[in-house]
Design a protein around this ligand. Structure first.
Ligand code: ZN
Ligand code: ZN
Length: 339
C-alpha cells in the first residue's frame, strides 16, 4: 500500500478519515470539559504519579546493579538469561510493533484480538497506560522538537547553553520528562480512536495489575524450570526488573539519543536522527529520522542494511494473513524527501 492516501482504520472516528492520527490531533479543537474521573491525567502531575514514576525508574536500576554483581560472581543460570531474553522480546515488541507502529501510527491493520494482545504486552514494559503512551507520542510528532513536545532534548533547556544545557536537555528527553510532562497529552484530542475503544480503556485501567503480571510471569517461569523459590527469585530479577531496565532505557534512548546524535538524510523540520548501534536492541526503532520523515511507514529501516526486526515481524504477520493494509513508502517518494 502506498502512503499517499491511507485508509482510515475501521474503528477510527471521523477526524481520522482522511488524516493521519497526528494530523487529526494537531488540527482538533481542545476537547470539552469532562467528568472528573476522566481528567485525572491532565494538568500538573500529582505527587503520587511522580513517586510512582520515580520508583519505576529507580527500582529496575538498583535491581540491575544487584544483577550485575550476581553475574560477576557467576550466580546466574542460563535459564535466567533465557527468561530475560524472551520477556525482553515480548514486551519490547509490545511497544515497537504494538504501541508505536500499530496503535500510534496505524502503519498496518490487524484484528482487534491482536491489537489487544499487543496492548497487553506493551503495558508490561512499564511505560504507562496504553492510551497515555499513544497520546504522548502523537503529541511528540505533532510538535517535534518545539514547544509542546513532551520529550525533546531541544526544548526548555536552551537558556542553559553549553555542555550543561546539552546534558540537561538529553536527561529531560531520556527520563526527566517522566517527572513533568509524561501522561499529560489530552487523550480525547490525541488518541480519540483508543479513548473510544472500551477494550483499550479497560487495558489502560489494568496497567498496574499488568505490570505485576509482567513480574510474576518470569518468576513463575523460573520456578517451573528451576523448581526452587531461589529460581523464582532470580527469574523475577532477570526476566522482570533487569528486563524492564533495558526496555526502558532503550526506548528512552530513541527519545534522547535519536534526537541528538546520528545521521540524517531527509528534509524534516526536526532534529531526529538515525542511530545504527541502537538498531538491534531497539528492534529497528532507532531509524528514527526515517520514521519522522515517514511516520506512517510500517518499516523504519528503509534501506537494505538498516536492520529493522519490528518491520520483519509486521511483514511476517502480513504473510500469515494477520496484518493487512501495511503502509509502505515507494523509492520515488523517499527520493522526493531526500536532501
Ligand atoms: Zn522522535
Ligand atoms: Zn512515532
Amino acid at each position: 500500500m502506498e502512503i499517499s492516501s491511507p485508509p482510515a482504520p475501521p474503528s477510527a472516528p471521523r477526524p481520522l478519515a482522511d488524516q493521519t492520527p497526528v494530523q487529526a490531533a494537531r488540527s482538533a479543537p481542545p476537547s470539552a470539559p469532562r467528568a472528573p474521573e476522566e481528567t485525572d491525567h491532565h494538568g500538573e502531575m500529582s505527587t503520587a504519579e511522580k513517586y510512582g514514576n520515580l520508583g519505576a525508574v529507580v527500582l529496575p536500576f538498583v535491581a540491575t546493579i544487584a544483577a550485575v554483581v550476581l553475574f560477576w560472581n557467576r550466580l546466574v543460570s542460563p535459564a535466567d538469561l533465557a527468561i530475560a531474553a524472551v520477556m525482553y522480546l515480548l514486551t519490547a515488541v509490545g511497544i515497537t510493533v504494538g504501541f508505536h507502529r500499530l496503535l500510534t501510527h496505524r502503519s498496518f491493520q490487524t484484528s482487534k484480538a491482536l491489537e489487544y494482545t499487543f496492548a497487553l504486552l506493551g503495558s508490561m514494559s512499564v511505560q504507562g497506560p496504553v492510551i497515555a503512551w499513544v497520546a504522548d507520542h502523537r503529541k511528540h510528532h505533532a510538535h517535534t522538537d518545539e514547544e509542546g513536545d513532551p520529550h525533546s532534548p531541544h526544548v526548555g533547556h536552551d537558556h542553559e547553553g553549553g555542555l550543561r544545557g546539552m546534558f540537561a536537555g538529553l536527561w529531560h528527553a531520556h527520563a526527566g520528562w517522566l517527572m513533568s510532562t509524561q501522561g499529560r497529552a489530552d487523550w480525547k484530542r490525541f488518541a480519540p480512536d483508543l479513548y473510544e475503544d472500551p477494550g483499550m480503556r479497560a487495558i489502560g485501567r489494568g496497567f498496574v495489575p499488568l505490570v505485576l503480571l509482567g513480574l510474576a510471569l518470569p518468576a513463575l517461569a523460573g520456578y517451573l524450570i528451576g523448581g526452587t523459590l531461589a529460581a523464582a527469585a532470580t527469574g523475577l530479577l532477570w526476566g522482570g526488573l533487569v528486563r524492564v531496565f533495558f526496555v526502558h532505557h532503550v526506548t528512552w534512548s530513541v527519545n534522547s539519543v535519536c534526537h541528538f546524535f546520528g545521521s540524517r538524510r531527509f528534509d524534516t523540520d526536526d532534529h531526529s536522527t538515525n542511530v545504527f548501534w541502537l538498531a538491534l536492541p531497539s528492534l529497528g526503532e532507532s531509524w528514527h529520522h526515517n520514521h519522522h520523515a515517514f511516520p506512517r511507514s510500517a518499516t523504519h529501516g528503509l534501506r537494505r542494511r538498516e536492520i529493522d526486526p519490528s518491520a520483519a515481524i509486521i511483514n511476517t504477520l502480513e504473510k500469515l494473513g494477520l496484518a493487512w493494509n501495511v503502509v509502505r513508502i515507494s523509492e520515488e517518494r523517499q527520493s522526493q524527501r531526500a536532501v
